[in-house]
Design a protein around this ligand. Sequence first.
Ligand code: FE2
Length: 232
Amino acid sequence: MGKNAVNSLDPKADLIFISGDITLEGILPEYELAKERIQGFEGLMMLVPGNHDARHLGFQLFREFFGRLEFYKEVEDIGIVGLDSSEPDRDEGHIGRDKYKWIEESLKNSKKFKIIGLHHHLVPVPNSGREQNIINDAGGVLDLVLRNDVALILMGHRHVPYAVRVHNTLIVNAGTFSSTRTRAHLGNSFNVIDIQDKSITVTAHDIEKGKEKVMVEFDKDKNIYINRYYSK
Ligand SMILES: [Fe+2]
């Protein structure tokens, strides 16, 4: 159902980014199933591993099935850094200072619209339970993000759609696409992010209800930031 909702988007997605946790235990049959399901999506796809994917040597399988755990790629006007925030057999998120130089060089050399994608959250996410597993060097990574004019952060892990502006960066959390670990009435969902020159609109799509709701409209040149998703 979710796959059909994504494939029937009009216009079609230029890029489908999966922010990790495509398996539960990181084991071979789960990777085989994930590969099969992911092949059903139409469009360019990028993904990073989540904490579940790294379990039980799952990080090795991730490489076999999907390629590099971390990358810098350019697609049209977008430069995207994919980061592995997982630690094998732990739920905590971590990037690590040893990667900062590579991240910063990738960002500095890019004239593109800069995006960083990772699994764990960089800032607290409301409506997702008590705070835990935020990347343990979040301050250092946030500093990198803000100093290098990153326009967009894509993350997951917390299972609820959310977005917040921090200075000129929009930080966006994806809800859970297909797991049963939903929160209250926030069912399975995915975000559609529309990037137009200097403006970004994020719309959360509820898969079961077939409904969509604009979460954030952000235009940094006009200094417009509207977030109504959780407004009563
Ligand atoms: Fe996770």
